[in-house]
Design a protein around this ligand. Structure first.
Ligand code: IMP
Ligand code: MG
Length: 408
């Protein structure tokens, strides 16, 4: 059986918890997109763990693969490996696809520089993600397989790519820093040799396994299907999982994860954003601060128009509604069921081409709040979401810990 865990909003839906929960039925977990821009938080036995690129399956000693459409920063990755080791877990069953593209130190410099100086900045995680993917598409980037070249050859490739980008470097990023970074980079890169694998061989060896694909970022951040340009640089949809490992099979189960509200980091339109007071309240109760950057996440009401589209885009079979406990003790809970145009009062119940230049305001349906996960008021909202999205809600999560989960 092949399953995938996919975020249906702007990331940070709590995919890590589901991956962890579903792992008991799987032998192998595969990350298929993005890089260390993700932050997957997992809690069990009273402890919290955060991984960025290493699949969450590492905590259960499952086979873990980083698929070929990911990007990997060797310096950050070695730090993550140390973290895993220091927490007492083994990385013996961890593999990295040989075609994985590499994030170099100068990619991060460029990301940071652009974010700090351009009016077009996106509020990225500054992990160099977009720049590494750009060099992949320009066909000048390094890949994991280059680790088997001689040191001289690796330096050559590194400098070729580096100097092709030089026009975008900040002034302070001088030759000395470039050389120091190159040296550090090659050192760290070479440590990863033993993890590299041929993904096709891996998939043949694991063809009878139950496989779980772990999505990063989310549908509304997808480079093509998200709210471009306020998106990440990879494809985040369920079907991309197969491309990242080069197989053509059905994904039997697509677990789509959505919070009962919406959060967003970075810039871009956010039509259902709550008023400042409610936003602050939800952020504090829901601990809505970035796992990777520590940034405040903006909070908004659940947008059912967007959620329905995300369910369709991914072919969601099982909707998972999380963080319902954040609204325990709320008097009123709202969900957005359409948009109204301020230009001509027309009503829209589909996602517009763009929110950017449209004068749209959300239309809300209000529900009375609930006290806990068994309160019928919550059931009413759950049924409403199911009907609206035409997708069955399979799980309701009401707390961070592994066992705070209702399976329906
Ligand atoms: P990048 O992926 O770092 O280039 O950032 C591009 C956009 O995606 C920014 O708005 C980020 O805040 C957002 N983003 C990237 N990764 C995540 C994530 O794991 N959770 C939430 N937002 C993310
Ligand atoms: Mg996250």
């Amino acid at each position: 059986m092949i399953s995938s865990v996919i975020g249906l909003q702007y990331g940070d839906e709590g995919k890590g918890k589901f991956t962890d929960y579903l792992m008991k039925d799987n032998d192998t977990v595969i990350r298929f997109n993005g890089g260390a821009n993700a932050g997957h938080t997992i809690e069990f036995s009273g402890k919290q763990y955060i991984v960025h690129l290493i699949p969450s399956g590492i905590f259960l000693n499952k086979w873990c693969l980083i698929g070929n459409n990911c990007v990997l920063d060797p310096i950050d990755f070695n730090k993550e490996l140390d973290y895993i080791k220091n927490c007492g877990f083994s990385s013996d069953k961890l593999k990295i696809g040989s075609s994985v593209s590499i994030v170099c130190p100068f990619h991060k410099e460029m990301d940071k520089y652009f974010e700090e100086n351009s009016s077009l900045h996106l509020g990225t995680t500054r992990r160099g993600i977009g720049y590494a993917y750009a060099d992949k598409c320009r066909r000048i980037g390094l890949r994991m397989e280059d680790v088997f070249l001689s040191d001289d050859q690796i330096f050559d490739k590194y400098y070729n790519c580096c100097y092709a980008n030089k026009i975008n470097f900040p002034e302070e990023y001088n030759n000395k820093k470039i050389y120091d970074d190159a040296y550090d980079f090659v050192n760290e890169f070479k440590k990863l040799k033993k993890y590299v694998c041929n993904v096709t061989d891996f998939m043949i060896d694991h063809q009878n396994d139950n496989i779980l694909f772990e999505g990063a970022q989310s549908t509304q951040l997808d480079i093509t299907w998200g709210e471009y340009p306020f998106v990440t640089s990879s494809n985040c949809l369920a079907q991309e999982a197969l491309v990242s490992v080069g197989i053509r099979k059905n994904i039997d189960k697509v677990f789509g994860i959505s919070k009962i509200y919406t959060t967003r980091v970075g810039t871009g339109p956010f039509i259902t954003k709550m008023d400042d007071e409610t936003d602050e309240k939800v952020r504090n109760i829901g601990h809505e601060f970035g796992a990777t950057t520590g940034r405040k996440r903006k909070c908004g009401w659940l947008d059912l128009v967007a959620l329905k589209r995300s369910c369709v885009l991914n072919g969601v079979t099982d909707l998972c509604l999380v963080k319902t406990d954040v609204f325990n003790a709320f008097e009123i809970v709202k969900v957005c069921i359409g948009y109204k145009s301020l230009k001509d009062d027309s009503i829209l119940n589909r996602t517009p081409y763009t929110f950017e230049y449209n004068d749209l305001i959300p239309i809300y349906q209000e529900f009375p709040g609930w006290k806990n996960e068994t309160d019928p008021n919550l059931t009413d909202v759950v049924n409403f979401i199911e009907n609206y999205t035409n997708t069955s809600i399979r799980f309701i999560s009401y707390g961070a810990d592994r066992d705070k989960l209702i399976e329906r």
